[in-house]
Ligand binder design. Structure first.
Ligand SMILES: [Zn+2]
Length: 291
């Protein structure tokens, strides 16, 4: 564990926090809190040696709530809009939208492959609420887009912003399921930039202190690069499936099994919905074209 501020520790996940892991934060204060729980078995066993009072989840995703069930005595806190997807597995499947593109079996296999447990949510928080742990106070910054209830958390006195899955990865923003919204994602990235944090903690890239505004900008621009490629491809009117076969979102090096293809289709669908919303494309009978 790496001490970041007087009471906040960075809990480094194994395997560079690749799926299904995420870096977490421990708040070692009057109330001992763990922010997200998918930091790997070794970390969890270490953390379990002292009681954890509160689990704060940044959002409902499996690679953030996976270890919640290991802390049955902790209160779980999460944003109101993501709580239904954590509380039940049908809720989780609904938020992902596995019924799209015949993905029900893929959804079942996905959940089984990571041994996902539904999680209770005892307290639902909303934008700008202040979470008080004693000497540490974190402000909730609702940052939807990745999921409807995705949140970042800001500690004013240190300038630390835990951005979770506004993760500043080179892949760019992830929005490959039903409950994502690209326009909201863009607003949320800009919201993080406006806060002008001194330290950013990304769930998959770790602690970042250099060129935060530039990194946030570059991260946002990945969306526009992918959108430009989709617009180019739409010069030939196409279905979401036909566009997905071109592997624009995940890239051509990505193994295109049935599982990954479903996520590619969902990501393409998000772009198509945005283009339709902004009157740049329309569709008839599932075939999209530029207008
Ligand atoms: Zn996520």
């Amino acid at each position: 564990m790496v001490k970041i501020t007087d009471h906040i520790y960075f809990v480094e996940a194994p395997n560079k926090a690749r799926f299904p892991y995420c870096h977490c934060l421990l708040i070692d204060d009057e109330r001992r809190a763990l922010m997200d729980t998918s930091c790997g078995d070794e970390n969890l066993r270490e953390l379990l040696k002292s009681p954890i009072d509160v689990i704060v989840n940044t959002h409902f995703h499996e690679d953030h709530i996976l270890g919640n069930y290991r802390f049955p005595d902790a209160e779980v806190w999460m944003h109101t809009l993501d709580a239904p997807a954590a509380r039940t597995l049908p809720g989780f499947r609904e938020y992902y939208g596995f019924s799209e593109f015949g993905g029900n079996a893929i959804g079942q296999a996905f959940i089984a492959s990571i041994d996902l447990h539904a999680s209770p949510v005892h307290r639902e928080f909303v934008d700008r609420e202040v979470l008080d742990f004693g000497r540490t106070r974190l402000q909730v910054i609702h940052t939807p887009g990745h999921t409807p209830g995705h949140c970042a958390f800001y500690e004013e006195k240190s300038g630390l912003l835990f951005v979770s899955d506004i993760d500043l990865s080179s892949f760019g923003p992830w929005y490959a399921h039903r409950c994502s919204d690209i326009d909201d994602f863009i607003k949320s990235i800009r919201c993080c930039a406006e806060i002008d944090p001194k330290i950013v903690v990304s769930s998959h890239k770790g602690i970042i202190t250099d060129n935060i505004p530039g990194r946030l900008k570059a991260y946002e621009e990945v969306i526009y690069r992918k959108e430009a490629e989709i617009i180019q491809a739409l010069k030939v009117p196409s279905t979401a499936e036909e566009l997905a076969a071109q592997q624009i979102v995940y890239g051509k090096n990505h193994t295109l099994d049935e599982f990954n293809m479903w996520f590619e289709k969902m990501a393409v669908l998000q772009h198509l919905q945005r283009l339709v919303k902004h009157n740049r494309a329309a569709q008839t009978e599932g075939r999209y074209y530029l207008i």
